[in-house]
Write a protein that binds this ligand. Structure first.
Ligand code: UDX
Ligand code: UDX
Ligand code: ADP
Length: 480
């Protein structure tokens, strides 16, 4: 029986290993983590992450061939294949601060593997890491090898949160990078055999180590670039009277471009895009390629611009001040169907509104008050350092209240900001919301999910990203 151990029971490690266990009954999969509360949650009825379909997969395999444990060393020692899926946040201090990946967690995992191993191992890089990390890990392992043979593979994960199970069941491709030696190729084959139990062979791509590592950064950079491109267009649409949805549709029907990932929004978020582009920028700079670095930096700059443009629009429409006004924020997660708030645009938008002294009432179906308070008081880039490894934030913001209902959030509010595209927001009773708000009542739709015309009929002043503006908004131009 092949034994797999995965270090890191997070958003990537947890769902990925659960699906491997489900699809490969003859493989034993143990997911380990240094966080005891996280492992306890994986072993309970309340999994530590919200992901549609995940509960069913875990229920079916847990205790059969899927286990969650804090006994990191024992399970690493026993495994044939060790996945490393620890967090790789952006460095907050020292060389490369604000750009380079912080590989502390990765390095300590690698040293631990070297310490406890007694048999040959395939070590699989699963977290997104800077190109050439595998080489560094290989050095740590071989310099401490005690005669053990290690093969390093890069097997980046392409799942998106909210659709993780669907993506894992039916991936566009599985990428496995390894050494171009006979041993390296054998290791690639061993991992390909695991995926081959449910993924068609032609979708399992073998590359060299560096190509696999770079492909992950490149894919995320391309995806983010599409969003920044359409968001840049959204600003131009507002200025000219074009409609960004019509433009996106028209552009996306070109088969060379394709229709996906062209939704204008308040900005992209999530743990990957910003971090991976910063990483790419840093790698370019280190390799003497400032022009390439600047090209990719611009994707982040447009994303920041889009968030501040949104805040400016809110403030300028409401007579140039939101001071003391109640603003309802619907949605805080970085996208629907996840409770994850890492790099969510809601953080920057809320901070912007708080900077103008607004009072915020926030509702998200999957994010609790502790998380929101922590996000709004935390320094930039600290977000990706696991919260359970950090002390609770001692301060909480008095101007922020977190409620469990959209109607309560919007009661007596002057304006509503929709920041996550949760399906339930589409079905809200907006007449009821309007009746209970201050007038004039504003809706700023950062995800273009509401029917603006219908809301205008009710009496709302509506802002949608990249759409022709209400007369009101035209008369109150936002300065970006
Ligand atoms: C992303 C990649 O899609 C995935 O392949 C990789 O493994 C990890 O990073 P994720 O961050 O989970 O996945 O979600 P994704 O669906 O890519 O959305 C990222 C952000 O972009 C979200 O904030 C989303 O709302 C935003 N987005 C997405 C848009 O604003 N417009 C779009 O058209 C698509
Ligand atoms: C382009 C648009 O494709 C077309 O829809 C529009 O109507 C006019 O402009 P064209 O300039 O004739 O058409 O050719 P196209 O095939 O787009 O190539 C443009 C340039 O890009 C060429 O120099 C081509 O060699 C280059 N190219 C194209 C690349 O370098 N790499 C590619 O992957 C594709
Ligand atoms: P991702 O989104 O990449 O999965 P997460 O932050 O959700 O990232 O998960 C990473 C997990 O890795 C965390 O639960 C953290 O406790 C765990 N972790 C970090 N370092 C180690 C380590 N040396 N050994 C075991 N687990 C670790």
């Amino acid at each position: 029986m092949v034994k797999i151990c995965c270090i890191g029971a997070g958003y990537v490690g947890g769902p990925t290993m659960a699906v491997i266990a489900l699809k490969c009954p003859s493989v034993e999969v143990v997911v380990v983590d240094i966080s005891a509360p996280r492992i306890a949650a994986w072993n309970s009825d309340h999994l530590p992450i919200y992901e549609p379909g995940l509960d069913d997969v875990v229920k079916e395999c847990r205790g059969r061939n899927l286990f969650f444990s804090t006994d990191v060393e024992k399970h690493v020692a026993e495994a044939d294949i060790v996945f490393v899926s620890v967090n790789t946040p952006t460095k907050t201090r020292g060389l490369g601060a604000g750009k380079a990946a912080d590989l502390t967690y990765w390095e300590s995992a690698a040293r631990m593997i070297a310490d406890v191993s007694k048999s040959d191992k395939i070590v699989v890089e699963k977290s997104t890491v800077p190109v050439k990390t595998a080489e560094a890990i290989e050095k740590i392992l071989t310099h401490n090898s005690k005669g053990i043979n290690y093969q390093i593979l890069s097997n980046p994960e392409f799942l998106a949160e909210g659709t993780a199970i669907k993506d894992l069941f039916n991936p566009d491709r599985v990428l496995i990078g390894g050494r171009e030696t006979p041993e390296g190729q054998k290791a690639i084959q061993a991992l390909a055999d695991v995926y081959g139990q449910w993924v068609p062979k032609e979708r399992i791509l073998a590359t060299n180590l560096w190509s696999a590592e770079l492909s992950k950064l490149a894919a995320n950079a391309f995806l983010a670039q599409r969003i920044s491109s359409v968001n840049a267009m959204s600003a131009l649409c507002e200025a000219t009277g074009a409609d960004v949805s019509q433009v996106s549709y028209a552009v996306g029907t070109d088969t060379r471009i394709g229709p996906k990932f062209l939704n204008a929004s308040v900005g992209y978020g999530g743990s990957c895009f910003q971090k991976d582009i910063l990483n790419l920028v840093y790698i370019c700079e280190c390799n003497g390629l400032p022009e390439v670095a600047n090209y990719w930096k611009q994707v982040i700059q447009i994303n920041d611009y889009q968030k501040s443009r949104f805040v400016n629009r809110v403030v300028s429409s409401m007579f140039n001040t939101v001071s003391g006004k109640k603003i309802a924020v619907l949605g805080f997660a970085f996208k629907k169907d996840t409770g994850d708030t890492r790099e969510t645009p809601a953080i920057d938008v809320c901070k912007g509104l708080l900077g103008d002294n607004a009072r915020l009432s926030i509702y998200d179906p999957q994010v609790n008050e502790d998380q929101i308070q922590r996000d709004l008081t935390m320094k930039k880039f600290d977000w990706d350092h696991p919260t359970h490894l950090q002390p609770m934030s001692p301060t909480s913001l008095k101007q922020v209240s977190v409620v469990w209902d959209a109607y309560e959030a919007t009661k007596d509010a002057h304006g509503v900001c929709i920041l996550t595209e949760w399906d339930e927001f589409k079905g809200l009773d907006f007449q009821k919301i309007y009746d209970n708000m201050q007038k004039p009542a504003f809706i700023f739709d950062g995800r273009n999910i509401v029917n603006a015309e219908k809301l205008r009929e009710i009496g709302f002043i509506v802002y949608s990203i990249g759409k022709p503006l209400d007369k009101w908004l035209k008369d109150m131009p936002a300065v970006a």
